[in-house]
Design a protein around this ligand. Structure first.
Ligand SMILES: NC(=O)c1ccc[n+]([C@@H]2O[C@H](COP(=O)([O-])OP(=O)(O)OC[C@H]3O[C@@H](n4cnc5c(N)ncnc54)[C@H](O)[C@@H]3O)[C@@H](O)[C@H]2O)c1
Length: 346
């Protein structure tokens, strides 16, 4: 019998990848799903053989009393989601990214985590081997000499692919997090995913780290991404420059690094198609291991909260118009909204 019983909230496009891996997870059982749209609930129940279906999340929590919840919803309701999930006594909540789009989301998540809910962010690339096994971290820490500049970029707004990009940046840097940021933003686009992933259409930020490292972070439709890719979510690129070498990684192309003395760059894979399923499976299995008291989850809130802080601080800097300390603890929802209004006016 499975050790942990799970409930899925949100039966949309992305949830298929959360659900598919359950076939390979003996310690976990997906016992129920919930969506506001009954036809989606029915489709998930029939397609994946999920025993119970609901259209009311609080009712589902009451009846199912799950150990683990997958929150595969678009952002916009994170305060309520965090509060009712924590109040139901759920052990772990896997939230899809972006974990928080505004300061009050982050505050609610902090309260939920403090009340005993283990919050895990679905930035599953941490379970792709080149990240999980420390290959890239080791190159950055040991092969490049003194790392003095990083460029991290993605082709979409900073709450769409930005969470993945910032999350992996912090992993590459050994979980160091920035202490200052200076950012500029422009344009509000409210057409497609941007309706819910609310953020300036373009954000360009410089982050400073306690070690003196400077990072250029670019989340904008014309940022450097993966040549030939048309989907916004397939773009993710890093350049890491050190005194003795450099590393660059392009999603769906690979990673290369070279140091003084190498005749040719050394290559490794980076592929969504080849690594996506196993990454999501291992990410989900690791939640059970974490709850068992085994290896701490690589996407636990304790780590990911700093990625959220960094993304919000960039918007706080754009609001203030100058370099600020990171995290921006006094950034308010009212200021966040005012920045949006200013950008909307142009
Ligand atoms: N980690 C990744 O690689 C990755 C990839 C794609 C998308 N995502 C993220 O996944 C999230 C979901 O994306 P999607 O494309 O599946 O969205 P979607 O809109 O297709 O699905 C979300 C579903 O949640 C349901 N829902 C929302 N609030 C609800 C509530 N209170 N009660 C019941 N159901 C509710 C909606 O009805 C909808 O069916 C987004 O935040 C997106 O950024 C992550």
């Amino acid at each position: 019998m499975a050790k942990y019983r799970s409930l899925l909230l949100g039966c949309g496009a992305r949830a298929t990848e959360h659900v598919a891996v359950y076939a390979d997870l003996p310690d976990l059982e997906l016992v129920a799903c919930c969506d506001l749209q009954p036809e989606r609930v029915q489709h998930y129940q029939q397609t994946y053989g999920i025993p119970q279906g609901f259209t009311d999340y609080e009712e589902a929590l009451r009846q199912v009393q799950p150990d683990i919840v997958h929150l595969v919803t678009c952002p916009g309701n994170r305060v309520w989601e965090a509060e009712v999930t924590a109040a139901a006594g759920v052990k772990a909540a896997i939230f899809e990214k972006p974990l928080a789009i505004c300061p009050s989301d982050q505050a609610a998540l902090r309260r939920a985590q403090a009340s005993g809910l283990e919050i895990i962010t679905n930035c599953q690339r941490r379970y792709f081997p080149q990240f999980r096994d420390g290959v890239l971290r080791q190159i950055v820490a040991e092969e490049l000499g003194e790392v003095y500049l990083v460029r991290a970029s993605c082709k979409s707004n900073c709450m769409a692919m930005g969470p993945h990009t910032m999350d992996l940046l912090l992993l590459l840097l050994g979980e160091e997090h920035p202490n200052e940021v200076w950012a500029m933003c422009h344009t509000i686009n409210e057409t497609e995913f941007q309706i819910t992933h609310r953020a300036p259409e373009s954000t360009f930020a410089q982050y400073w780290f306690p070690s003196g490292l400077r990072v250029f972070f670019d989340a904008t439709p014309d940022a450097l991404g993966t040549p030939g890719e048309t989907s916004y979510w397939m773009h993710l690129h890093f350049d890491v420059l050190g005194s003795a070498g450099r590393l660059y990684l392009t999603q769906n192309a690979g990673y290369w690094y070279t140091r003084h003395g190498h005749a040719e760059p050394l290559y490794g894979p980076s592929s969504w198609d080849q690594q996506g399923y196993a990454g999501q499976r291992d990410f989900t299995a690791a939640v059970a291991t974490h709850l068992d008291g085994g290896a701490p989850h690589l996407n636990r809130y304790e780590l990911h909260q700093h990625a959220v802080d960094a993304l919000l601080a960039a918007q706080a800097s754009a609001y203030h118009g100058h370099k600020i300390a990171c995290p921006a603890s006094d950034f308010t929802d009212a200021q966040w909204l005012e920045l949006r209004e200013r950008l909307r006016r142009g």
